[in-house]
Each structure stands twice: as structure tokens, then as C-alpha cells.
Design a binder for this molecule. Sequence first.
Ligand code: ATP
Length: 195
Amino acid sequence: MRFRRLKLSGFKSFVEPAELRIEPGLTGIVGPNGCGKSNLLEAMRWVMGEGSPKSLRGGGMEDVIFAGTASRPARDFAEVSLLIEGDGAEAREREVTRRIERGAGSAYRLDGRDVRQKDVALLFADAATGAHSPALVSQGRIGAIIAAKPAERRQMLEEAAGIAGLHARRKDAEQKLRATEANLQRLDELLSDQE
Ligand code: ATP
């Protein structure tokens, strides 16, 4: 999977609609302190389903919405879209969008259709990337990787290997199996009541 373009509007310091074209060979973004370099990376993690405000340097999820400055009022929503291109048979372009409105929470769209956070997370997990991908290295992350416990390191390796999505699907399948077993047991009870 390749990331092609990131579009932001009202996200953190990006109050005006902004677009970052991710061309082959792009290896870094430079700029003065506070110009929004980390916010771009955070927008990428956010649109891929990041659920922890702390890992986006915020106290609550709505903190990603432009909070206003002395000269500009705050915005009511933030929206980030990521255009991706798959590999092989999945080589078409797709666009994932996440939007948050004050007081209304956030919602996801894939090519304009409403989808769940889980669908977005699985789409990226299957491509060995996502909000927690070790390929997205933010400040302090190197130290965290070195200090990680074996189980955390294993999780990073599994994400890198693209099998994190399988764990999520296994959990789903186990839940369905348990629900089916409970239904079967209930059916047995009803049948024996009738005998
Ligand atoms: P550095 O090189 O110092 O790490 P940077 O280029 O990575 O800086 P960021 O940390 O991405 O910069 O951006 C910080 C800027 O974003 C600050 O000016 C901060 O005020 C602004 N900012 C963060 N959240 C919001 C928000 N919700 N509303 C408005 N501005 C915000």
C-alpha cells in the first residue's frame, strides 16, 4: 500500500484546507519549530483510527480540532482524508476520511461510504500499517521502542509483519463462536423442555 495524498481541514494548526502530496522519494518534512510537522504525522495516525488522545498530544479527542488563536475563532470540526493505493490485484486508489465534530464524536468514510473504525483499522492492518505502525516514528518513540517490554515488542513485530489484523479477526470469530454455543445450549434446553 502506498500513501498518495493527505488532506487536512481544521485539524490542529491546519485551520485552512491543506494538502500534502506524498510523492515517491519523500523521506522527511523540514520546517521551523512549531510549524506543524508533527501535526501532519498525527493527522495520518488519526485518519487510520488512532483512538488515544494522549498519543496525539491531547487531553480529549476533540483537542484535534483547531482551537482558535487570538485572531481566529475555533473551528467546529476537523476532517482528514488519506488517499491510498493498493498493491497487486488491489492496486486501485481509495480514500479514507475521518471527521470529528464538537459534541458529536467522529465518523469514518471509505470512498464516500460510511464505515466503522474497525473496518478502517483492518484495512490498514492487512497492509502492515496503521495508527500504531512502527514506520511512523514520532518524537520519543525511539526511546519507547528500546524500553519496550517483550510483549510490546512482539506486538510491533506483528504489526510490521501484517498479521495484527488476523488477531482482530480471531477475536471476532471467537466471540461469534461463543454466542453460537450459547444459542445451541439454549436450543438444547428448549428441546428437552418439550420432550
Ligand atoms: P517541533 O519542531 O517543535 O516539534 P512541529 O513542526 O512538529 O514542531 P507541531 O508540534 O506539529 O510542530 O505543531 C505545534 C503547533 O500546533 C503549535 O503552534 C500548537 O499551538 C499548534 N496546535 C496544536 N494543536 C492545536 C489545536 N487544536 N488548535 C490550534 N493549534 C494547535
